[in-house]
Design a protein around this ligand. Structure first.
Ligand code: NAP
Length: 490
């Protein structure tokens, strides 16, 4: 018999756990979470490369309902974040709702509910919440000869803990947040690194220190102190928005700081020139690191300031024509973000998939609902990412919106997102992003869909604005027709 549920959540990372917590708080008990892996944690389960950490302050990279006074440092390492999420799931009993090793194979609207096929049988859900993550499927560059490379080739999100590092010549391909975190740690562990940099990143100093025991005790005994710290961190994040969005004065000040950071650590003029970005500040994620430039300037790193073009046995050939012989390759080449892997698994009421609906790039109303896909909420999907503040703030807001909307739904009513609301929202995003660095800054990034040039992943405003719009949602984002009119129960 097919299991039936009020709500099925897909994914047990931060978004899925946040959704389950919000649903519980809204009094909705019949909830299961499908998780394709054998553990929860999403990105923090998958990303275990050396040096993995979060460059968002830990006390802001914490679920609002579950403050954690015991973070070891201002910027937490990945394993500590994973342990935090496990602890939240266990202490709230949410872990009991997770069905592990259960991947969604496909879901379609059957006129009344979502019919799901999973690797462990069929389920039916009145409401479906996709919390599948946005940076999950590695983007593997098509590099001629790489398949025949004689040594290990791993992606940053599929790190192999048995990979020898000390005394090994390792090529790191990519200088996004993952590559920049990894290179200094590989050097510390004794590797000789060749870094393939297709475009130089903007890097700001990170700072961050270990909390003392006394501080942690104080956070534990004084929730008001912890709350005030979190609020300060939130406001600092919001203040960064202007420089990331391309406000001329704010971007000039921040890029001056980044260039001073580069000058302070890299004295060789040629190396410095290679590490100087050639696109606008903020165009893609601005990186925070104190040890990247010193590592690149050290003897342990060879900077190859061009793309990996091909592999010739154990020799990697750069676009510049230079050749580098290495023992292992780490692809820090990012993820398939603009075409989300879940999108072709979901078929809406007109028989078309989310991927087809998004043929020119992702779109939504309120970054959370999509016309043609009734009773469906997507967390962390279209225009819900951030470059200036904690992404948890966004997904928690979406989770709360979904839970309130589901709880307020009259029994049996079907929530059909209004296509007019979706078009208006998409037009608003285009309007707001038209003159920003994300669209005009001259870089290539996963924020923008290459098919349309639209900003499809990033939310262009502040978190405060995002919160305000979701909290003001009054149901007019859904069609007003009676649910039964279009219902075609089989
Ligand atoms: P990414 O930002 O998409 O960077 C991928 C890198 O690979 C880019 O530098 C890209 O060059 C390069 N690349 C791709 N193909 C290449 C080739 N053939 N040769 C040389 N370089 C090549 O990926 P990511 O670093 O994994 O980061 C993805 C996102 O994860 C981040 O934006 C961030 O949101 C998140 N993240 C966050 C943290 C954190 O601390 N909060 C840490 C890690 C990751 P181009 O720049 O020229 O395209």
């Amino acid at each position: 018999m097919t299991a039936e549920h009020e709500v099925v959540v897909v994914g047990a990372g931060f978004a899925g756990i946040a959704a389950a917590l919000e649903l519980e708080a809204a009094g909705i008990a019949d909830v299961v979470i499908l998780e394709r892996a054998g553990d929860l944690g999403g990105t923090w389960r998958d990303n275990t490369y050396p040096g993995v950490a979060c460059d968002v302050p830990a006390h802001l990279y914490t679920l609002a309902r579950h403050p954690w006074p015991h973070w070891s440092r201002e910027f937490a390492p990945g394993a500590e974040i994973q342990a935090y999420l496990r602890r939240v799931a266990a202490s709230t009993g949410i872990d009991g709702r997770i069905r592990f090793d259960t991947a969604l194979v496909e879901a379609h609207w059957d006129g009344d509910a979502w019919a799901l096929q999973t690797t462990r049988g069929a389920r039916r859900a009145r409401m479906l919440i996709l919390a599948c993550g946005r940076l999950t499927e590695p983007s593997i560059p098509q590099v001629h000869g790489l398949a025949a490379f004689p040594g290990p080739v791993v992606h940053s999100a599929r790190w192999d803990p048995t990979l020898a590092v000390a005394g090994t010549r390792i090529a790191v391909v990519g200088t996004g947040a993952s590559g920049v975190q990894m290179v200094p740690e590989l050097v510390r562990r004794g590797a000789a690194v060749t870094l393939f940099q297709r475009s130089a990143p903007w890097v700001l100093p990170r700072g961050g220190r270990t909390y003392t025991d006394a501080e942690r005790r104080r956070f534990a005994s004084r929730p008001d102190v912890l709350a005030a710290l979190r609020e300060d961190l939130f406001q600092e994040g919001e203040a960064r928005h202007a420089s990331r969005a391309g406000d001329a004065a704010a971007a000039a000040a921040a890029s001056d700081q980044a260039l001073a950071h580069l000058r302070a650590h890299v004295t060789d003029p040629a190396l410095r020139a290679s590490l100087t970005p050639n696109y606008a500040f903020g165009c893609k994620r601005v990186l925070l690191s104190d040890d990247f430039y010193p590592a690149v300037a050290s003897d342990a790193v060879t900077l190859e300031p061009s793309a990996l073009a091909r592999a010739d046995a154990d020799t990697l050939v750069a676009a510049s024509g230079r050749r580098h012989t290495v023992d292992a390759v780490v692809l820090a080449t990012g993820f398939r973000a603009t075409r989300q892997p879940y999108a072709d698994l979901i078929t809406g009421e007109d028989g078309i998939s989310l991927d087809e609906h998004w043929a020119t790039g992702m779109s939504s109303a309120l970054s959370t609902i999509v016309s043609g896909f009734p009773n469906l909420f997507i967390l962390n999907g279209p225009n819900a990412s951030l470059g200036h503040n904690s992404s948890l703030l966004m997904l928690e807001e979406q989770a709360a919106y979904a839970a309130r909307t589901i709880a307020a739904r009259p029994t049996g009513a079907i929530l059909r997102p209004d296509p007019v609301a979706e078009q208006a929202y998409t037009d608003m995003i285009v309007r707001r992003s038209r003159t920003t660095a994300w669209v005009t800054g001259g870089c290539r990034s996963w924020y923008v869909d290459e098919r349309s040039g639209r900003l499809t992943l990033l939310w262009p405003g502040t978190v405060t604005e995002f919160r305000a719009q979701l909290r003001a949602a009054d149901g007019t984002e859904f069609l007003r027709e009676p649910a039964t009119e279009r219902s075609t129960t089989p």
